[in-house]
Design a binder for this molecule. Structure first.
Ligand SMILES: [Zn+2]
Ligand SMILES: [Zn+2]
Length: 487
């Protein structure tokens, strides 16, 4: 596929993977529905650098987009939205989101803009600097009518004959799957989907859709074997035991967590553990203020979408701190608290420079502290190194410096408390929709491979695909590839 010559086929429905093909990626998918062009999600891949961080918007060339639909507010699904709005979305056309996402997206983008200015993109590229810096993001949201916010189940129009609606996908507050139909064909995009209940986020509620033609589905956990010994209650008991032992040794317990979703989940989980006597009731729980504080407020506003999210817990059971001084120095854990404590600090993958990475750098030098991960960690991230390095070896907290830190802490573990469906659950979700063509994305190649093959095994009559980023497929022609980045 040569960049910029993507042409609509008037009687076809085609799907182009702008990002998220055989990777967690900068998720973004162009759905061309007989000439109506809809972008589903618009992410950034913060594990990469430079232009690799973005979806492959070059494929769009001079194409204008008729609508965008955002499944949820995580940066890997929404981070490049300012570029889409500024450059590709037709003037006056809308970005469709759920009601809670309408509140969360500006917070996430403003926070991402702060990082953007220093980290992700080459500073010399003024175009992206201009689109993604803090002022541009803020001014974009003054143009309030760019967003159309919808309740779950509410039907909204994309073109005279084409309608869409959201359904709850579990995962985080406001997360949604998307149903698109013209009455003749039906297309479903799951976004990030969680079938099981988490502590405060109820599992997905799948719509009953007869005759689904096309399913675009996530694959995050496709390579993780479903293991009954690693069920959620068991994992929570193990986590509670590790935290208790750490505090009893006189160490701190660090739980790296994402500001949106996982932090709220963990703070309520820890409060429940205290109430049930699984961890010491008097142990301070500290979270890092900033984005988390803003997200907590939105969770508070929309607590009717959650189970057991009690704002009083945030007032009484935890304390917000900032670990940076005015001069941007990182404070020692022992300056923030005078007792062994539990730190729920961003980011979940302990990305270099984040509060959780900075705190981990201090704690791994001690023997008695513990670092406990509860989310997916990309292999490029500092958290992956922290979780997998041998005790006695060294880690490199800052890639721009040769400084190495010796790891004395052996209490480093990963727990399976994911906000994504297990792989057998993903197959069940696909079974529920029973599509003629399924397209597996948002996963490492081993994950999309396992799921795509697994689905074919159940449904030999159906087409099951795992396209790469940059690939275009014709859904109405049996999923035939009509554009490929290597051809
Ligand atoms: Zn997500
Ligand atoms: Zn995602």
């Amino acid at each position: 596929m040569v960049a910029g010559i993507l042409v609509s086929k008037q009687n076809s429905i085609t799907l182009t993977i702008l990002g998220g093909g055989k990777e967690i990626g900068a998720n973004s998918y162009l759905l061309d529905w007989k000439g109506t062009r809809i972008v589903l999600d618009c992410g950034l891949d913060i594990t990469k650098g430079g232009f690799e961080t973005l979806p492959n918007f070059d494929i769009l060339g001079k194409l204008e987009v008729d609508a965008a639909i955002i499944s949820h507010s995580h940066i890997d699904h929404v981070g490049s939205l300012p570029i889409l709005i500024d450059t590709y979305l037709q003037r006056g056309h809308r970005v469709h989101v759920t009601v809670p996402s309408r509140r969360l997206i500006p917070l996430m983008l403003a926070d991402s803009a702060k990082m953007q200015e220093n980290v992700y993109l080459p500073a010399e590229d003024h175009y992206y600097e201009w689109c993604l810096d803090r002022e541009s993001v803020a001014s974009m949201f003054y143009r309030r009518n760019v967003f159309a916010a919808h309740n779950y189940g509410e039907k909204f129009r994309l073109s005279p004959d084409l309608y869409a609606s959201f359904f709850p996908s579990g995962h985080i507050l406001g997360a949604a799957g998307i149903v698109i139909s013209d009455g003749k064909h039906t297309f479903i995009y799951t976004g990030d989907i969680c079938k099981h209940d988490q502590t405060i986020h109820p599992g997905c509620m799948l719509p009953t859709v007869s005759d689904t033609d096309f399913l675009l589905i996530e694959s995050t956990r496709g390579s993780v074997e479903s293991d009954p010994n690693r069920d959620r209650p068991g994992q929570l008991r193990l986590l509670a035991a590790e935290i208790t032992e750490t505090l009893n040794r006189g160490g701190h317990a660090l739980l790296p967590s994402f500001a949106l979703g996982k932090t709220q989940e963990l703070i309520i989980t820890l409060a429940n553990m205290k109430m049930d006597g699984f961890i010491p009731a008097g142990a301070p729980v500290l979270y890092h203020q900033g984005l988390t504080t803003a997200v907590n407020k939105v969770y508070n506003t929309f607590s009717e979408f959650l189970t057991g999210f009690d704002p009083a817990i945030f007032r009484t059971a935890c304390r917000k701190v900032t670990a940076f001084t005015n001069g941007d120095e990182f404070r020692s854990a022992w300056e923030l608290t005078d007792r062994p404590s539990i730190f729920v600090f961003t980011s979940g993958m302990a990305s270099r420079g984040s509060p959780s990475a900075r705190l981990a750098e201090e704690l791994i030098q001690t023997e008695n502290s513990g670092i406990f991960f509860t989310s997916y960690i990309a292999p490029e991230e500092f958290g992956y190194e922290l979780a997998t390095v041998e005790t006695g070896d060294y880690v490199q907290p800052d890639l721009k410096s040769d400084r190495r830190v010796k790891v004395n802490c052996r209490h480093r573990r990963r727990f399976s408390l994911s906000s994504h469906s297990m792989r057998d659950d993903l197959l069940q979700i696909a079974d529920h929709f029973n599509p003629k063509v399924s397209v597996w994305v948002h996963g490492e190649p081993s994950s999309t491979q396992w799921l795509s093959t697994g689905f074919s095994g159940h449904h030999p009559e159906a087409v099951s695909l795992q396209p790469v980023s940059g690939e275009t497929i014709d859904l109405t022609d049996g999923g035939k590839t009509i554009g490929h980045p290597d051809k």
